[in-house]
Each structure stands twice: as C-alpha cells, then as structure tokens.
Design a protein around this ligand. Structure first.
Ligand code: NAD
Length: 556
C-alpha cells in the first residue's frame, strides 16, 4: 500500500498556508447616541460639517477620477433644496473601459491569498467601527433620510458585520478540503469567477452596497459597482474606506450610472461572470432576461444573485400578546418610512382583537414624529427617498381614499414642498385581495384585513397566496399549536420568518437574509453560504506514484 508523505501533501497546498479553522468575530455593538455621549458629539460634528455642503463625487476606474458630461445631483430627501452630492453618470464607453481594466487586474487579485484579501475587509470594518463611523452615519442620515438609529444599524453595525463575518467565512472556507486517498492528495482551490462581477445596489441600505461589491472582491473577484443615485454619497465613503484599508486599484470600480445604461453594458460583455443585485423585482427580471438573451456571448455562465422586494405580513392570532403586536408593527411598518424590503405592509387581525389593537395603534400614531432627523433627534422617521417614490406612494393613498373597500384609519396625507413627506398611514380593507395587500408600496403604509377569529386557518392560506413575494413575515400567537400550524402553512411564504417578533431587523450571522418567489434568489447574505456564490472552485488531484501498469490485475 502506498503511503503519502507529509512533504508530498504540501506540494499543491504548499503555496498557501492553511488557515486556522476558526476566526473569532462578534457582532458590532450598536451605540446609543445618548445626549452627552462621545458618539453623539462625533456625529454632531460630522453633521455640522456637511450642512449645506455639496460633495463632488467622480467615477473611479483604478486610481483615475473621471467626470463625464452627464452630471447629476443627489438630493436630501427631507430637504430637497440641499444638493448632497454632485456626481456623474458613467457612459457605455467608460463602463467598457472599466470592464477591460478590471479583467486585466483579475488574475493577480485572484491569486492573492485569502488571508490578505480578508485583511482588507477586517481593516475596513475597523475603520468604520472607529474613525470613519461618524462620517458614514452622517452621510447616510442626510443623503438617505435615516434617523440616527436607522443609520447606525445599517451603515455601521450591519456593514461592519458583513465585512468581518464574510472575511471570517472566507478564511474558514479554505479549510474545507476534500478527502485524500492512499497515494494521492486532493485540494480544493477557491478561485474567483473568471470575468467580472457587476454589483448593483439599492438606495435603502448603505450596508447592502458594501456587501454587494465587497464580498465578491473578498472572494477574489473584480467588481464594477453601480451605486444607487440616491445613495452615492454614503456609497462613496464605503468605497474610499475599502481603498484606505488596502484594496488595490481596479478590484472595485466605482461607477454611478443610469440603471439601464449600466445594465445593458454589463450584460452585453463577454466577460460578465456574475451579477450581484439588490433592488426591485422588475429591474432584476429585466437583467435576468438580458443575460438569457446574451448567453451565447459569455465565456462562462454568469452567476445571478438578486434580492428583491417583499409584501411582508404580520399574522395576528387570537392568542397574541397585543402590546407586542402593536409595538412590533409600528416599528416594522413605519421605521425608515416603510422603505425596508422587510417592512410589514399587510396585517391580518382577528375581529375580537381589532378594536383594542386599532386603539393602541392610533394612540401611538398620534405620537410618531415625522420630520428632519438631523435637526430633531426625536424624529421617528423622515421623508421618503425621492420624487418618484413620493409619486408612487401618493397614488396608493389616492387609491385608498377613493376605493369603496378601503378605509383610511390614520394618516393618508402627503406634502413634498420641502421634503418628500408622507404621513404614516393605516388602512383597513374589507377586500383581502385588493392590490394594496399584494403589491410592494415601499412607503409608510400599513394595510389591515380584519378576519373572523375562528377562520384563522383560511387566513393562513390566504396570506400564502395573496402576494407573489416571499421575503419576510411574522406570526403573533401564544398558542403553540397555532405557531406550529402557521409554520407549516407559511413554509414558503417567507425566507425570514418571525414568531412573536416584527418582520424587520435581521442581524448578520444571526438571521441571514433573503426570500424566494418574486423576492429573489435567496442567497442569504449575512450567512456562511453566501460567499459560495462568488467562488468557482478548482479541485486538484495529485498522485505521488506513477501508474504501475495500464492493465488491471484481474486481466491475468
Ligand atoms: P431599483 O430596482 O429601482 O434600483 C436598484 C438598483 O438598480 C439601482 O442602483 C438602480 O439604479 C439600478 N437599476 C435600475 N434599472 C436598472 C437596469 N435596467 N439595469 C441595471 N441596473 C438598474 O430599486 P430601489 O428603489 O433602489 O430599491 C428598492 C427595492 O429594493 C425594493 O423593491 C426593495 O424591496 C428592494 N430591496 C430588497 C432587499 C432584499 O434584501 N431583498 C434589500 C433592499 C432593498
């Protein structure tokens, strides 16, 4: 029997060191920003420094800062006379130039040991946790209209966690190796994808942009990052932090662009190896179709990851704890103006509990402050992101006011004279299939269907069938049998499912996030499996002894 020597085992594996099998990482603590605290002082200083300022943000390819003629502005949602950033759209020529420059840089980056790539993310996380925290928070607050706590859980905590946990997962992945056999060793090499990854990010989470671009880069890929027009300012901080942390030029190209121009250019390139998208279902479907149409052009099958919208539900059973329902629903439906993909926007309440729940919702509704999150820290949420969003939500509110089956119970008003303000709105519907119960609104609008208490089983079926989405959902019940029953009925209705908790607030490494059906490809960013989307492993078998004969012994 052949014996493999330790030296032989090293022949393939020797060019990289095997990592420690585990790396200690903890969730970033969420700071409280109480009056008088150090973090509040730093943040206030950063906010003061940005008052009335317009930052100039170029496209960046390698180390080159480029301005095209197509100049745009990012406006503050709660004060649209404040131009937060002046930037420009990359045109097709620039996008193609960035693709070629990335592809040329790919091999070297892909061969960089994972420990070194991970170090970039660990350092970036440390910068965001320390000296760059106030800057990224202030830009997220002013540019995307977030309150301090919403900015903190996004641009600080979640982004730092994405960087640290993914770096940890990437290092640990290297230790996952196939079995050796007598006389031969087997090695799995975790290569980046052959080509470039296009990262297209939404406006609503600074952390998501960092993750969409940062994680493929961590795994040895080169990335073209197109941030959302409404989040250019905070996205640019994240890009700069990565570069300051040691990310080499050309690994991530920073390219604000018109959506369709960018989508058309990247899907037309033979080098497209992956699309890492978060945004609406409609945009993702369009990109998927374009990839299908161009499939003959590609050198490799592109990986398509898309996290899309939701029509997230709160199901309330007769045994529910009413205060939890009310508090959780207020936060889930209205925080960040309902502009979280996981925000609760449809609720199902038994008729016996509705008077009490409605009364408590109305009392709290009267206390919610909607306003300028920078001037007034007691603001619960601020204006919605832009004029397009405002117009879309307005249509839904007008629909509610004119429909015979819908009744506005609270709110319903809007005003875009200074910022894109929409009141927190609660609507009661007698038609559970009205489009307001199935389509994503992405604003501070909660619709409620009141059902006969003893028909809850039918309501569980109804929740499952009403909407094409399946992102998040919550069940409020004290009765364990009902909890078990609901889990079965709603098994495919949500990728992130909560019991006696609101439908928002997933935390990296605790509740990896995403849903299926129209909500996307459910790749669970924030969990250990996500990084696997961005690697194309190679298996190397090395035999230490030459084959003694081509004939088999039984052949005589
Ligand atoms: P959006 O689809 O309008 O835009 C997302 C990104 O796509 C932007 O950068 C936009 O410029 C770009 N884009 C638009 N058209 C394009 C095209 N043809 N080709 C390439 N890129 C194009 O979405 P949004 O309004 O920024 O974000 C809100 C949506 O994102 C909601 O539907 C929300 O539910 C979803 N979302 C989902 C998750 C999740 O994890 N499931 C997280 C956040 C947001």
């Amino acid at each position: 029997m052949l014996r493999v020597t330790a030296a032989a085992r090293q022949s393939w594996r020797g060019f990289r060191t095997f990592p420690r099998s585990s790396v200690e990482v903890k969730n970033e603590p969420i700071l409280s920003f109480l009056e008088g605290s150090e973090e509040r002082r730093d943040l206030q200083e950063a906010l003061d420094g940005l008052k009335g300022q317009t930052e100039e943000i170029p496209c960046v390819v390698g180390d080159e800062h480029i301005w095209t003629k197509d100049v745009r502005f990012q406006l503050s949602p709660f004060n649209h006379s404040h131009k937060v950033a002046k930037f420009c759209y990359a045109d097709t020529e620039l996008i193609n130039k960035a693709i070629l420059a990335s592809v040329a840089a790919r091999k070297e980056w892909d061969l960089t040991p994972v420990q070194d790539r991970a170090q970039v993310l660990f350092r970036a996380a440390d910068l965001l946790s320390g000296p760059r925290r106030a800057e990224v928070l202030a830009k997220t607050m002013i540019g995307q209209g977030k309150t301090v706590v919403q900015a903190e859980i996004d641009a600080a905590a979640e982004l730092i966690d994405f960087f640290r946990f993914n770096a940890k997962y990437a290092v640990e992945l290297e230790a996952q190796q196939p079995l050796d056999a007598d006389g031969s060793t087997n090695t799995m090499l975790y290569r980046g994808l052959e080509g470039f990854v296009a990262a297209v990010s939404p406006f609503n989470f600074t952390a998501i942009g960092g993750n969409l671009a940062g994680t493929p880069a961590l795994m040895g890929n080169v990335v073209l990052w197109k941030p959302s027009d409404a989040a250019v300012s905070s996205s640019y901080v994240v890009y700069r932090v990565l570069r300051d942390a040691g990310l080499p030029p050309h690994v991530i190209q920073f390219l604000p662009a018109d959506g369709p121009t960018f989508g058309d250019a990247v899907t037309a390139s033979e080098h497209l190896a992956g699309l890492n998208f978060t945004g609406s279902y409609q945009t993702f479907k369009r990109l998927w179709k374009q990839v299908a149409q161009n499939v003959d052009a590609y050198r490799t099958f592109p990986r398509l990851a898309g996290e899309c919208g939701g029509k997230n539900f709160h199901f309330v059973h007769g045994s529910a704890h009413v205060a939890s329902v009310v508090r959780g629903t207020l936060r889930s439906a209205f925080e960040f103006g309902g502009q979280k993909c996981s925000a609760c926007s449809r609720m199902y309440v038994p008729d016996r509990l509705w008077p009490l729940i409605r009364e408590q919702l109305l009392v709290a509704h009267g206390q919610l402050r909607v306003g300028d999150p920078v001037e007034d820290f007691s603001t619960f949420f601020s204006a919605v992101i832009d004029d397009k969003s405002f117009a879309r939500i307005k249509k839904w509110l007008d629909h509610a006011k004119t429909s015979s089956t819908l009744k506005v119970v609270a709110g319903g008003n809007y005003d875009d004279s200074k910022g894109y303000y929409v009141e927190p709105t609660i609507i009661e519907t007698s038609d559970p299939l009205d489009p307001i119960m199935s389509e994503e609104i992405f604003g501070p609008v909660l619709s409620v269907f009141v059902y006969p208490e003893n028909e809850y089983k039918e309501v569980l079926q109804l929740i499952d069938k009403t909407s094409p989405y399946a992102l998040t959902g919550a069940v409020f019940a004290q009765d364990r049998n009902v909890i078990a029953e609901a889990a079965k009925a709603l098994r495919n209705a949500a990728g992130n499912y909560y019991v006696n908790d609101k439908s928002t607030g997933s935390v990296v490494a605790q509740q990896p996030f995403g849903g299926a059906r129209a909500s996307g490809t459910n790749d669970k960013p924030g969990g250990p499996h996500y990084i696997l989307r961005w690697t194309s492993p190679q298996v190397v078998k090395e035999t230490q002894q030459p084959l003694p004969d081509w004939r088999y012994p039984y052949m005589g």
